[in-house]
Ligand binder design. Structure first.
Ligand code: IPE
Ligand code: IPE
Ligand code: MG
Length: 254
């Protein structure tokens, strides 16, 4: 009763004409969610996978164009091997059960990050999901897997330097667009920069996520741990976004 009343109120406040095109989420708090329940940390990751499914469907239904999800950072290798191994298995389980739903909802899978360091079976699951959803032209579900923005920028600089060295590019011709074009988000084109970045679990930092792309994103830090996040919390975050005044350095609210 209570929650359905709350749902209707949320619907009323939500402006369906101003849904952020690109939402990026730092999915944090799985371990703490589990620890609060006296469960092993990996139980939080398992539950977090269900949240990914729910939030993907909710975002797609709302008309979001790109949903970028930070799933594994270049720094997460520092965790105990048992946890890293569990996290490496998750994409296999996730895509095995979820690809048919993604296809049904016309959702296309993309990945940012160096997946060549992932176990073979995980790489295969990711590549198959990309292939199986290649013809979908609805929302892009963009996973950051073994992704770190400093790594991304380092690789971009290296590749731009190579082009200069080969004589294909004049240093004076390097623009902001040249840099964007060499980042892992380049396939997203005009949609590469998130409009809204959400981090769950109350932590207020970026942890090496899309540093270049979030230059003018609206940032929201929400208290819920990722397994407790859902379509309703997503809608509330969008309502908050819709109340912000984006000026991009100018004076006019856009
Ligand atoms: C986010 O949850 C998932 C990953 C980083 C893979 P955490 O595992 O970071 O959970 P906390 O922050 O320790 O609670
Ligand atoms: C950021 O969360 C990475 C992902 C959500 C995949 P972390 O939990 O790894 O970040 P820190 O260590 O708290 O900054
Ligand atoms: Mg964390």
């Amino acid at each position: 009763m209570f929650s359905s009343k709350k749902d209707t109120e949320t619907e009323r406040q939500l402006d369906m004409e101003r849904i952020p095109a690109h939402i990026a989420i730092i999915m944090d708090g799985n371990g703490r969610w589990a620890q609060h329940r006296h469960l092993p940390r990996v139980a939080g990751h398992k539950q977090g996978m269900q949240t990914v499914k729910k939030v993907t469907m909710a975002a797609s239904d709302l008309g979001v164009k790109v949903l970028s999800l930070y799933a594994f950072s270049t720094e997460n290798w520092k965790r105990p091997a048992t946890e890293v191994n569990y996290l490496m298995q998750l994409p296999i389980r996730f895509f095995a059960t979820f690809v048919p739903d993604l296809v049904k909802h016309n959702v296309k899978v993309m990945v940012m990050g160096d997946i060549t360091r992932l176990p073979e079976a995980t790489q295969k699951a990711v590549k198959d999901a990309i292939k199986d959803t290649a013809d979908c032209d609805g929302m892009i579900l963009n996973f950051a897997l073994n992704y770190g923005s400093r790594d991304e920028i380092t690789r971009a600089v290296r590749s731009i330097a190579d082009e200069v060295k080969e004589g294909q590019l004049d240093p004076s011709a390097i623009t902001e667009q040249t840099i964007s074009d060499h980042l892992m988000s380049a396939p997203l084109g005009k949609l590469a920069d998130p409009d809204l970045l959400i981090r769950t679990s109350g932590e207020e930092r970026i942890s090496n996520f899309m540093l270049w792309q979030i230059g003018y994103s609206e940032l929201e830090f929400v208290p819920e741990h990722w397994p407790d996040f859902d379509g309703e919390t997503l809608k509330r975050a969008i309502i908050e976004f819709q109340g912000r005044h984006r000026r991009f350095g100018g004076l006019v609210n856009k």
